[in-house]
Design a binder for this molecule. Structure first.
Ligand code: NAD
Length: 467
């Protein structure tokens, strides 16, 4: 029987990162993984979608070339080549993770793992054999899977999960996306750019409902400009596959017909069937493993991280939690701080956010200042041909500390990091203003919005004069 300091169940961005850190710290660590290393992020999520995102950008660059003086026409879109490129990118990254694990002396154990005791995982290998791995501590990092809807069960044929959509062999002529959340909007942008006729069906009254209203409006406008039909306030009742098409039934109104339907209504934690119930590991009513801020579950010695904990279903949060869990399982004292979690939605324009939203501050009665700047006034954004979007920075009226930001626009996902660091350093808009930013870059919008907090944005008419 093999014995480890720490056994990690699941090799996604939670699990493999924990294992690498364990190896770096000199611990004897194994990762139990039933499929490909890298989990949802590398194989079915962040990376495939970003590979497709870049293909979409190339299509639009050709289509809109004339404005830039490039006369070109699109002969067609080769879905097979797009998927093959995605597979190469994924393969490179998965191979890289494998090498890193080897390099840090981490054992990769292929098979499905089930916890049989707080210090034991039974692993069933693909060849049917079974063995038990013992470890002083276990980190559960089993991730999540796409949620379904009653009457709308993905069949791998015409009704797809958001996991399966990245392997389509041909470009759908018509694509129906159920859910206008993060994945729904990212898919809508990508497939509309590829040339599909896309319909988004969203139950709530706006897409990206957790974002600032202005962000939802801007993304909606840009998706509609690409030809996406967005229907909000509609509830999906089911779907029926008819030969080579699928009819998505609505509770109210005529069915929406497509070549494919994708169900993008959230993801559920993969917490069942891995022995947690028998061990008495506490799981909440949404299937999320309950952990304290040291990532420890209700059973001593068993830690959990990532989507299976579900605080945030974000790869970078999983990674952060993984480091906390690994350090603690090796006797250190680390804890998670969720007060600054930047994230991004990869539509075009991108949406990125960190910290508080304005509605939240209003509701809590926090005195705040707003600084804004429009991408339409950014030289770099105009040169890029991407004038859509805005940045809004919120800071505390009394302490001056930056409380949050929402950015909609080109490279929003990259520049939100500057605001996150500023928040971490308890900085104020004044600290950003007195930091020289490179010209011409998109990062200048952070500077201008910070200046605007004081009514002094150089490239924006002062409020007093605008009135
Ligand atoms: P989501 O929660 O973001 O969106 C689901 C949407 O489906 C919601 O808007 C909801 O109102 C809608 N919906 C639910 N039931 C419906 C119904 N019956 N009919 C019509 N609409 C319905 O979930 P998601 O987009 O599936 O993403 C899953 C998770 O993965 C999220 O937590 C997300 O943060 C994460 N993710 C993050 C990124 C990123 O960081 N860029 C990318 C992809 C996914």
């Amino acid at each position: 029987m093999e014995s480890y300091d720490v056994a990690v169940l699941g090799g996604g961005p939670g699990g493999y990162v924990a294992a690498i850190r364990g190896g770096q710290l000199g611990a004897k660590v194994c990762v139990v993984e039933e499929a490909s290393l890298g989990g949802t992020c590398l194989n079915r999520g962040c990376i495939p979608s970003k590979a497709f995102y870049e293909s979409a950008a190339r299509v639009l660059a050709v289509r809109n070339g004339a404005e830039f003086g490039v006369r070109a026409s699109l002969e067609g879109f080769d879905m097979g080549a797009c998927v093959a490129r995605k597979n190469r990118v994924v393969g490179t990254l998965v191979g890289g993770v494998q090498k890193l694990l080897q390099g840090y002396g981490v054992d990769l154990i292929q098979g499905r793992g089930t916890l049989t005791a707080p210090d034991a995982i039974q692993v069933r290998s693909p060849d049917g054999s079974s063995r038990v791995v013992r470890a002083r501590n276990v980190i559960v990092a089993t991730g999540s899977r796409p949620a379904g809807l009653p009457g709308l069960t993905p069949d791998g044929n015409r009704i797809l999960t958001t996991d399966a959509v990245w392997d389509l062999e041909t470009l759908p002529r018509r694509l129906v996306i159920v859910g206008g959340g993060v994945i729904g909007c990212e898919l809508a942008y990508i497939f509309a750019a590829f040339g599909s006729r896309v319909t988004v069906l969203e139950a709530l009254d706006r897409i990206l409902a957790t974002e600032e209203k202005e962000a939802s409006r801007t993304v909606r406008r840009s998706l509609e400009t690409l030809g996406v039909e967005i229907r909000t306030g509609v509830r999906v009742a089911g779907a029926e596959t008819r030969g080579e098409e699928v009819a998505v039934a609505l509770e109210d109104g005529d069915p929406v017909v497509g070549d494919y339907a994708v169900v993008a209504v959230g993801r559920i934690p993969a917490s069942s069937g891995i022995g947690l119930e028998d061990l008495g590991v506490e799981v909440d009513d949404r299937g999320r493993i309950v952990v304290n801020d040291e990532m420890e579950t209700s059973v001593p010695g068993v830690y959990a991280v990532g989507d299976v904990v579900g605080q945030y279903q974000l790869a970078h949060v999983a990674t952060s939690e993984a480091l906390v869990a690994m350090h603690n399982s090796l006797g250190k004292k680390y804890w998670m701080d969720y007060s600054i979690v930047p994230y991004a939605v990869f539509t075009r324009p991108e949406v990125a956010s960190v910290g508080a939203k304005e509605a939240e501050l209003k509701e809590k009665g926090v005195p705040y200042k707003v600084g804004r700047f429009s991408f339409g006034a950014s030289g770099k954004a105009l040169c890029m041909g991407e004038p859509e979007g805005f940045i809004k920075i919120l800071s505390h009226e009394d302490t001056g500390r930056i409380l949050g930001a929402t950015i909609v626009g080109a490279h929003a996902s990259d520049i939100v990091g500057e605001v996150a660091v500023a928040m971490r350093m308890e900085a104020s808009p004044g600290d950003i203003v007195t930091t020289i930013h490179v010209h011409p870059t998109i990062s200048e919008v952070v500077l201008e919005a910070s200046e605007d907090t004081m009514g002094l944005s150089i490239h924006r008419m002062a409020r007093r004069r605008r009135e």
